[in-house]
Design a protein around this ligand. Structure first.
Ligand code: HEC
Length: 469
């Protein structure tokens, strides 16, 4: 019970006691008091919800500049019951090189259905239910109030295009379907103690049927990155530059959609040692052909898919920034890349494994996501991945420490729901938003209470490190 609630109850009880001369507060049978107590109890038991976002322009300015517009609302009425029907694309093969494009376009359709008309406001989708991750409102990377975009990663010069002389930043919003929602329910239903075991196998973990997707935006525009012409734009209340912390004032920027990521839990991927299929898209405004703003998400072109790290393939090659063309490595069996000329030139990841435009050329989707655990013990990219020969612009041309054990481990295949550091952490089942959110939750709680819980302290509070340091 909150201090205020106790105060209200004491005042109420005292008033009744004085006026009606009852023997004791607790024995009172006065209807008004009982109703009040019932309400109190219900309020404690009710799920009050997590904050919708962390930072926003002041309310008066917002009302003035954006009359009638809604701010972002976190969809958090997570389902407790497992849905029965998986998406139709589970009937399509993902792991055949000449058919994967059908699979990834079908997943894209599944993510877009009911969303385009409502500009991706999850609560308004009439076709299917999508939910958001709580607690990304907290800390330096706090989500903002226009669209719930959380600050994500820096973009270095020339990472996206040869014209890109300026660095930039990425902000993103993730969506979880109903299957994934049941895990969020299990994890977050008790606001006083989220259940970190909800994503730990063999009992926990995202069930078959899970689809998670994420829209990624950048503050760079077509003057720096030509394929961001005819952009799909959202307002964002963001830092001026990546280096700014949460204490720097945020500013209003037009953010361009640059990438869409997805991950699908599919039992057919168990035989590759992972259980997950990752996919990503890059925006290409040249394909716009008169589409109005809302429809422009359809300018997202598949980059490719990945269902394993090809652990036995160790050829040490990367595409330095800026990529002039996409190097498709057909020796990889667990990454497939889209050969279409519609795809802007990509740097991809280490050895040509899948990575998106705003991701790094020395990692891969699955190597980074396999590290996801709570607490987040290992860096998201091992330090060896940043050691090598650099060109004059400072960009890596060749890695030199690829025999480093941490680097070798980084490109193994990890089974879903398995901790990257067994015995030291619980798996967050390839979800880095879960790992971040749990970390933020306990930092917030320990800070607020001015103390620690032994079981959480024993886990250790570890900040998430993006770049191996
Ligand atoms: C270097 C690390 C790294 C790489 C590489 C990376 N991601 Fe992520 N990803 C993250 C982090 C951190 C988050 C959570 C924070 C956020 O959403 O902004 C995340 C979030 C996501 C989410 C939301 C669900 C979740 O909780 O994980 C999806 C889906 C996703 N990434 C897919 C991909 C795909 C597809 C690729 C490759 C194209 C990729 N990621 C490459 C670090 C990475």
């Amino acid at each position: 019970m909150g201090k205020n609630a106790i105060f209200v109850l004491v005042v109420l009880c005292t008033t009744v006691f004085v006026l009606a001369d009852f023997n004791s507060c607790t024995e009172s049978t006065t209807p008004g008091v009982i109703d009040e107590r019932k309400k109190e109890k219900a309020a404690q038991e009710d799920f009050k919800g997590y904050p919708d976002f962390g930072v926003m322009m002041d309310n008066a300015t917002f009302q003035d500049q954006f009359p009638g517009q809604n701010v972002f609302k976190l969809r958090q009425d997570y389902p407790s019951k497992m849905p029965s029907k998986k998406a139709d694309f589970y009937n399509l093969p993902f792991d055949e090189r000449d058919k994967f494009m059908d699979w990834i376009m079908a997943v894209r359709d599944y993510c877009f259905e009911g969303m385009i008309d409502v500009d991706f406001v999850a609560q308004e989708n009439k076709i299917r239910d999508w939910y958001h991750m709580p607690f990304l409102h907290w800390g330096d990377l706090a989500s903002e109030g226009f669209h719930g975009l959380a600050k994500e990663a820096p973009i270095s010069s020339f990472q996206l295009h040869a014209n890109q002389t300026e660095p930039g930043q990425t902000y993103a919003l993730g969506f979880y379907n109903d299957f994934a929602g049941t895990v969020l329910h299990k994890m977050w239903k008790n606001q006083d103690a989220p259940d970190a075991y909800a994503t730990q196998g063999p009992d926990g973990g995202f069930p078959e049927g899970t689809v998670i997707f994420k829209l990624l935006f950048t503050d760079l525009d077509e003057t720096q990155v030509p394929y961001l012409n005819n952009p799909f734009l959202w307002n964002g209340w963001v830092t001026e530059v990546w280096q700014d912390s949460v204490s720097n004032p945020r500013v209003l920027k037009k953010m361009s959609l640059i990438q869409m990521d997805l991950m699908v839990r599919d039992k057919r991927a168990d035989k590759y040692g992972t259980g997950w299929v990752f996919g990503t898209f890059c925006y290409n405004g040249d394909l716009n052909d008169g589409k109005p703003m809302k429809e422009r998400v359809k300018n997202l072109v598949p980059v490719g898919i990945q269902f394993g790290n090809d652990p036995t393939y160790t050829e040490n090659k990367i595409t330095p920034y800026p990529a002039k063309e996409t190097w498709i490595n057909n020796d990889l069996n667990e990454t497939f890349i889209n050969p279409s000329p519609d795809l802007p030139a990509q740097h991809l990841g280490w050895g040509g494994r899948l990575d998106g435009p705003v991701d790094l050329n020395n990692a891969s989707c699955m190597s980074c996501h396999a590290t996801a655990e709570f607490p987040q013990i290992d860096a998201l990219v091992p330090s060896a991945a940043f050691k090598g020969i650099r060109n004059k612009a400072g960009n890596l041309v060749k890695l030199t420490e690829t025999k480093d054990p941490a680097f070798v481990k980084y490109f193994q295949n990890l089974k879903c729901g398995t901790a990257y550091s067994p015995g030291k952490a619980t798996s967050t089942d390839f979800s880095l938003q879960v790992s971040l959110a749990l970390g933020y939750y306990w930092e917030w709680k320990d800070g607020n209470l001015g103390g620690f819980y032994a079981d959480q302290f024993n886990r250790g509070i570890k900040p998430v490190r993006r770049n191996g340091q």
